[in-house]
Design a protein around this ligand. Structure first.
Ligand code: NDP
Length: 296
């Protein structure tokens, strides 16, 4: 029997509806809408498309949404000054600097400049530290969305062996920290694999929950899975396909057909993790607005 689909698009739509209702209640009671500023540097088509989707989602949820476009020639000092402006803008609860930035700009210096109280992407060292130390703080959107997908799909994580393939700062590492936390969507035994893991399949075959964040098309197939495993595919890879309308297809890090013959549940690409990432960005921004209400 093929695996049951974990429909990230539908789950994300439900969450966005919940957020829209919460925003409507806020504004009806005289509070201002949550505000998100997205800074886009340069003309990377993928970044432009991500930023467009984020802006659209914000407007649909009733947020105050600001997109700030700057040319790739912007200096680091100018970009830092722009972040400062957003830090000081009382109508803005969340700041997102779309990555990657041009090579002449030090990404970590820019991320470090964001006020941690507005770090809705969860990339600031203070946010990462809070996550690891189990303190309240913003959690990076993709791993947070994956945890929410697991919980809302009825996947028990407690006591399960979770294998994450990939150790990046934005997916693999925070994912590991979240799954090993105590409580809802946590309490898993976690193993993180990477390019220096000698026999990847020997590890992935032990996983009750397998999270693939590799950035390589279809590197995980059914032969690398334990029967009945839950598979979360984070990857977004473009593969050339002359038969496709655009000349390419988007595929995940998991070979979907072969994996779904072995797994019990699996996320599709697209329509799995991606929509959850945006939903969690909205959720973090709403949480930030609520915190700013109490601080004002
Ligand atoms: P990175 O390139 O930063 O990290 C990839 C990780 O995979 C690295 O830790 C790397 O190991 C590891 N890796 C690479 N090749 C292998 C291999 N053959 N075997 C085992 N491990 C390997 O990617 P990201 O974490 O940023 O993103 C991963 C994927 O998720 C990408 O496709 C990206 O587009 C997608 N993504 C999707 C999002 C969404 O919203 N759906 C959000 C963010 C990312 P090492 O550290 O040793 O180099």
């Amino acid at each position: 029997m093929p695996a049951e689909l974990i429909d990230g698009k539908a789950i994300a739509a439900t969450i966005r509806g919940e957020i829209r209702d919460a925003v409507a209640k806020r504004t009806a009671s005289g509070l201002r809408p949550p505000g998100l500023a997205v800074i886009l540097v340069g003309e990377n088509p993928a970044s432009q498309s991500y930023v467009r989707s984020k802006g659209k989602a914000c407007r649909e949820a009733g947020f105050h949404s600001v997109q700030i476009d700057r040319p790739a020639t912007i200096t680091e000092a100018e970009l830092l000054a722009l972040v400062d402006e957003c830090n000081n803008d009382a109508a803005i609860d969340g700041i997102l600097v779309q990555l990657p930035l041009p090579r002449h700009i030090d990404e970590s210096r820019v991320i470090d400049r964001i006020d941690p109280r507005k770090d809705v992407d969860g990339f600031h060292p203070v946010s990462v530290g809070n996550l690891v130390l189990d303190k309240p703080g913003f959690i990076s959107c993709t791993p947070k969305g994956i945890q929410e997908l697991l919980v809302r799909s009825g996947v028990e994580t407690k006591g399960k062996f979770a294998v994450i393939v990939g150790r990046s700062n934005i997916v693999g590492k925070p994912m590991a920290a979240l799954l090993m936390r105590k409580g809802r969507g946590g309490d898993a035994t976690v193993c993180v694999c990477h390019s220096a893991t000698p026999d990847l399949a020997a590890v992935t075959r032990q996983a009750d929950i397998l999270i693939a964040a590799v950035g390589r098309a279809e590197v995980i197939d059914g032969s690398m899975l334990k029967p009945g495993a839950v598979v979360i595919d984070v990857g977004i890879n473009r593969v050339e396909d002359p038969a496709a309308a655009k000349g390419y297809r988007i595929v995940g890090d998991v070979a979907f057909d072969s994996a779904s013959a072995v797994a019990s549940k699996i996320t599709p690409v697209p329509g799995g993790v991606g929509p959850m990432t945006i939903a969690m960005l909205l959720q973090n921004t709403l949480e930030s607005a609520v915190q700013h209400d109490t601080a004002e």
